[in-house]
Design a protein around this ligand. Structure first.
Ligand code: PEP
Length: 259
């Protein structure tokens, strides 16, 4: 039987300064602890802006919190003359477990191509970070019914240089672009269709065991009220949550979807 630990990942996007970050992480921690949340049964991670990471690290280390954290992006480069960029080495030094790679907002507003995303996956692995690799189709592709084909191509290009050992640790997030921040949530069956197709492709590219171990998240307007139905699908192993993750009570309720 499969034993993938569900992951609830909160992408704060460009919200919350480091003072607000402290409040949110503390409230999230005590809300979950009050509810006797088992962090080893459902993993919880937050993805604050870069400028908050040092503060979150201090909180997590100082109070031995079980909440994990990561960054929303990283550079393909390790260091050098790249003004404004942040290297995976810096993120690793700040204790990040994860880094989001290829979020649709980066693909759209910063013109990140599938090849660019592939290079970022390489950078993440080089520094011992676990990528949360985002894929997903836009509305036009969905209307043509080509979502599976489109997403599998993103996965194929993204993973072109990823070894089996690296693939075994990756997290993939299926986020239909039309469902991000729109309130428009994919049906559980829509999420399952694409997540299952991604898993089948992993089995072909690598092997069954690798595919079986990879966590595939759904993202797109996930809230406390819709998360349980999505999580009931066999190939959905968690959620990448945007808007609802900057409210500690709502995000805690998402993490507590089994209750
Ligand atoms: C996201 O940013 O990854 C996301 C899914 O956003 P939202 O939950 O707000 O749709």
């Amino acid at each position: 039987a499969t034993t993938r630990t569900p992951l609830m990942a909160g992408n704060w996007k460009m919200n919350l300064d480091h003072v607000q970050a402290t409040h949110l992480v503390q409230k999230l921690d005590w809300t979950l602890k009050d509810a006797k949340h088992d962090f080893s049964a459902v993993e919880v991670a937050v993805f604050p802006p870069f400028t908050d990471l040092r503060t979150v690290q201090t909180l997590v280390d100082g109070d031995r919190l079980e909440i994990r954290y990561g960054a929303q992006n990283l550079s393909v480069h390790d260091h050098g003359a790249f003004t404004g960029s942040i290297s995976g080495a810096f993120l690793a030094k700040l204790g990040c477990t994860y880094v989001i790679v290829g979020h649709s907002e980066r693909r759209e507003y910063h013109h990140e191509t599938d090849q660019h995303v592939a290079a970022k996956l390489g950078a993440a692995f080089r520094h011992g970070l676990t990528p949360v690799f985002c894929v997903g189709e836009g509305l036009a592709v969905r209307k043509e019914g080509r979502q599976v084909e489109h997403v599998l191509e993103q996965v194929e290009i993204g993973l072109s240089d990823v070894t089996q050992q690296e693939a075994a640790s990756i997290v993939i997030a299926y986020e239909p672009v039309w469902a991000i921040g729109t309130g428009e949530v994919a049906t559980p069956a829509d999420a399952q269709e694409v997540c299952a197709a991604i898993r089948r492709q992993l089995a072909t590219t690598y092997d069954e065991e690798t595919a079986d171990g990879v966590r595939i998240l759904y993202g797109g307007s996930v809230k406390a009220g819709n998360v349980a139905a999505i999580m009931a699908e066999p190939d959905v192993d968690g959620a990448l949550v945007g808007g609802a993750s900057i409210d500690a009570s709502e995000f805690a309720a998402i993490c507590r979807y089994r209750q």
